[in-house]
Design a binder for this molecule. Structure first.
Ligand code: PHE
Length: 340
């Protein structure tokens, strides 16, 4: 059979062929396109074609090759493993939604519990910036100019226009100043937030942690109010049987000042490493707002008085959950977080 007729008959076959399985398609491919297949024989014979027929026969050969490849591709589409593949093909809308859901960070849980406890007795929440100036951080809070908290050792100063009066806040008492200067009296508010101190990072200390401070300013607020409110808080937070004590202390912005301890939750008061053998662990600092601080904020200290307190959220979480390494709270390891 002349070359042209062989090509035409194979082309007709390729256009009509109905390959009904991948197997059949593979046999067809080998017969036509395989090493010893028809196509190679045709190309072999093509070499003998006279120059004037080469162009038309060459085109016919290419047409045949394309038609055969299309027939094989169609079989692949119809019977292959990607058959009918579309983005929605694997989507089973009837599957139960069993993926794990996220949950609150332990520090957020503690913070929200603190909000709940103080919210019940009328405390709202105030916010303020993490980068503060010297006035809000120290001066308005009655820190003497040479106080060690202003030292480079404790405070991260932030260079701003060549002026080193700007720092990352070391406590959220700065928010108390902002609140007293801007909100109408009486004030009953919590000041939560992240604070920064220049400490070497270890299991027991970090260069940042979280505080919730609080402030109550009104006519006739007394130390008895401070004591009752903070006793109420400690019993709500740690349980009504918790042993609590207030111990005299010192802060520049409160007078008198105190620290509140609870009986160590690890050893129950017998003495262990956590409580350094004393049986007590400190949970917060507090005191009556120094009249100088009220006056610095434009509040008449002869008419108004107040109390303030501040606690570390990590410290409370450690006591409740017995976490022995502070760094775990900021590493966001799911194996740690999913335990709470
Ligand atoms: N600002 C203190 C601190 O960061 C805590 C405190 C707040 C103490 C209010 C007394 C009154 O340690």
């Amino acid at each position: 059979m002349p070359l042209k007729e062989r090509i035409d008959s194979l082309l007709e076959e390729a256009r009509k062929i109905k390959l009904s399985s991948l197997e059949e398609s593979e046999k067809y491919r080998i017969r036509i396109l395989g090493k010893k297949g028809e196509m190679n024989k045709l190309f072999e014979d093509f070499k003998q074609v006279e120059p004037e027929l080469r162009k038309s026969i060459g085109q016919a050969l290419n047409e045949l090759k394309t038609a055969v490849q299309e027939a094989i591709q169609k079989a692949k589409d119809d019977f292959g493993k990607d058959k009918g593949a579309s983005p929605a093909a694997d989507l089973d809308l009837s599957r139960p939604a069993d993926s794990e859901i996220g949950h609150r960070h332990p520090l957020s849980q503690i913070r929200e519990e603190i909000y709940r406890i103080f919210g019940k007795i009328g405390f709202d929440i105030s916010d303020g910036p993490e980068i503060e100036d010297d006035w809000h951080l120290f001066t308005a809070l009655n820190f003497p100019p040479e106080h060690p908290a202003r030292d480079m050792q404790d405070t991260f100063f932030v260079e701003k226009n060549g002026n080193n009066d700007v720092a990352l806040r070391t406590h959220t008492s700065s928010v108390q100043i902002r609140t007293m200067m801007s909100k109408p009296l009486p004030i009953r508010t919590l000041c939560p937030g992240r604070v920064y101190r220049n400490e070497a990072v270890s299991a027991r200390a970090h260069c940042f942690f979280h505080q919730v401070e609080g402030l109550y300013v009104d006519k006739g607020v007394s130390y008895a109010d401070l004591r009752e409110v903070l006793m109420y808080f400690a019993k709500e937070m740690f349980g009504s049987n918790t042993k609590i004590r207030l111990r005299p202390s010192y802060f520049p912005f409160t007078e008198p000042s105190a620290e509140m301890d609870i009986a160590c939750s690890i050893c129950g008061g017998k003495g262990c490493a956590l409580c350094k053998g004393t049986g007590w662990v400190e949970i917060l600092g507090c005191g009556m707002v120094d009249p100088n601080v009220l006056e610095n904020c434009g509040i008449d200290s002869k008419v108004y008085s107040g109390f303030a307190f501040g606690m570390g959220v990590e410290r409370i979480a450690n006591l409740l959950y017995r976490v022995n390494d502070l760094r775990l709270f900021s590493e966001n390891d799911v194996r740690f977080l999913s335990q709470f």
